[in-house]
Design a protein around this ligand. Structure first.
Ligand code: KIV
Ligand code: ZN
Length: 516
């Protein structure tokens, strides 16, 4: 690709963390959590926020409606199939965003999906796509149409569908790699073929939406914009169905860092990338791998002596972008036990947390207790406090007390007291170690059949007085949730993580029942 002197072309960023991202196991969020993340996406200055799938459940509908009512700046999209009932329901929620509301309707176009999933002929699919777009256009001119499984769609049929939906009024046409199957060269050719062969292609923006099953979603998205795509659909931390979606931070920083050979620009405020990544982790409990590009804990760490030497001489020897450009500030010593509420609030705001008075009081009380135990309180500790005190799922179960006895001569015993629906209940259990005893006691009190499938413990910062952070994965039927808890006592952190997971299960099940 040659270097050009022309103005870079703006690529629109369509964030689908709240829709496709939420489809990853354990990532379901309640309305408050979705709104909190949407506010961060607003600060990030993405062009479009896909807020949910309104017909999927009452909770999804309410979340899309709330975000449409509250968020100013980005357009708000809601997903719907091409049936009229779906489209009408989507607009019910989106209308509050007025001219910023986008109806995103889709139907599958590949032979394999049409034959086995839809059991429709290509002619029926084409008819449904066109009718859906026309229905959506009766509400708004802001209509996006997606050809689900476009990459495995017969190219001639794809041209036919794209031409027809643009004629019907779609202003954006999305060409998803739904199953993460394509490679950059092939995807480039598909997008280029559409740009060259769809006669009315200039009347719409071509969008791309790549899944990461082969680890190529970012590379494929870059190839697509090189071929003429004008919108990229992506998620924070790359979360999403199966192996996830194109990672927003990786795509955006690739464009920014390689501006020398990629003549494109996005509107994203890149200094908000790290706060967005951390917020999502705090809400969902899904931690990014340490070596994840851009936002992983090691993304800007230089371990080898020779690298450290180079960095001391000149940062560009080993650093292709600065930590500051993605909003990463050195682990800052925040405040000691004498610090006041004002300084605490200010630091939280710098980290991207704007809390109401009630939440601020809860977080501050917890901070004071922690500062009594720990001499130094770091930003990571504050993240954990906010996650623990403010971002918990709606709480049905609350930990009141826990006492554990254990040691090399003792059978581990945990006595746990919970508040369940406002009532105090207590029990004691023996276990194979203190964590096992604790979780057994909680499970018994909650009367839960859920299975613990993963348990991880780590420390939030360095030092023996660091807070321990526990992440658990819990499954019940087909549902998976992730719970997180932090404390300077790892048994208490384990109890909190498990209770958080049970609350999330309870919330998710209640939401399903509501939508029946
Ligand atoms: O992966 C996909 O095809 C999708 C569409 C619904 C856009 O998520
Ligand atoms: Zn998808």
């Amino acid at each position: 690709m040659s270097v050009t002197n022309t103005e870079p072309r703006i690529i629109k960023i369509f964030d689908t963390t709240l829709r496709d991202g939420e489809q990853s196991p354990g990532a379901s969020m309640n309305i408050d959590e979705k709104l909190r993340l949407a506010k961060q996406l607003q600060k990030l200055n993405v062009d479009v926020i896909e807020a949910g799938f309104p017909i999927a459940s009452e909770g999804d509908f309410e979340a899309v409606k709330k975000i449409a009512q509250t968020i100013k700046g980005p357009e708000i999209a809601g997903l719907c199939r091409s049936g009229f009932k779906d489209i009408d329901r989507a607009w019910e929620a989106l209308k509050y965003a007025e001219d910023k509301g986008r109806i995103h309707t889709f139907i599958a176009t590949s032979d394999i999906h049409m034959k086995y999933k839809l059991q429709m002929t290509p002619a029926q699919v084409l008819e449904s796509a066109v009718a859906g777009v026309k229905r959506a256009r009766s509400y708004t001119p802001n209509v996006e149409f997606s050809c689900e499984d476009a990459v495995r769609t017969d190219l001639k049929f794809l041209v036919e569908v794209v031409t027809a939906v643009i004629d019907a009024g779609a202003s954006v046409v999305n060409i998803p790699d739904t199953v993460g199957y394509t490679i950059p060269f092939e995807y480039f050719n598909i997008i280029k073929h559409l740009k060259d062969n769809v006669p009315n292609v200039d009347k719409a923006i071509i969008s791309v939406h790549c899944h990461n099953d082969l680890g190529l979603s970012v590379a494929n998205s870059i190839a697509a914009v090189q071929a003429g795509a004008g919108q990229v659909e992506c998620t924070i931390n790359g979360i999403g169905e199966r192996a996830g979606n194109c990672s927003l931070e990786e795509f955006v920083m690739s464009i920014k860092t390689r501006g020398d050979i990629l003549p494109f620009k996005t509107n994203v405020v890149t200094e908000q990338l790290t706060p967005a990544s951390r917020l999502l982790t705090n809400i969902t409990g899904i931690v990014v791998q340490q070596n994840k590009a851009i936002v992983g804990a090691n993304a800007f760490a230089h371990e080898a002596g020779i690298h450290q030497h180079g960095m001391l001489m000149e940062k560009s020897t080993y650093e292709i972008m600065t930590p500051e450009s993605v909003g990463l500030k050195a682990s800052a010593l925040v405040l000691g036990k004498h610090s006041g509420r004002h300084a605490f609030k200010k630091r939280l705001e710098e980290l991207g947390y704007e809390l109401n008075d009630e939440d601020l009081n809860k977080a501050f009380t917890r901070f004071k207790a922690l500062a009594d135990l720990k001499k130094e309180v770091f930003d990571e500790d504050l993240d954990a406090i906010v996650a623990d005190e403010v971002m918990r799922a709606t709480e049905r179960y609350k930990l009141s007390h826990i006492t554990v006895t254990c040691g090399s001569f003792a059978v581990a015993t945990a006595t746990v007291q919970l508040e369940i629906d406002g009532e105090q209940v207590r029990t004691a259990e023996l276990g194979d170690g203190p964590v096992d005893a604790t979780l057994k006691a909680i499970k018994k009190l909650a009367g839960s059949e859920a299975k613990l499938t993963q348990y991880n413990v780590g420390s939030i910062t360095g030092g023996t007085d660091a807070q321990g952070e526990v992440t658990v994965r819990v499954e019940e039927g087909t549902r998976t949730v992730i719970g997180r808890g932090a404390s300077t006592d790892i048994i208490e952190a384990s109890a909190k993580a498990y209770i958080d997971a049970l609350n999330r299960l309870h919330f998710a099940t209640a939401r399903d029942v509501e939508s029946l």
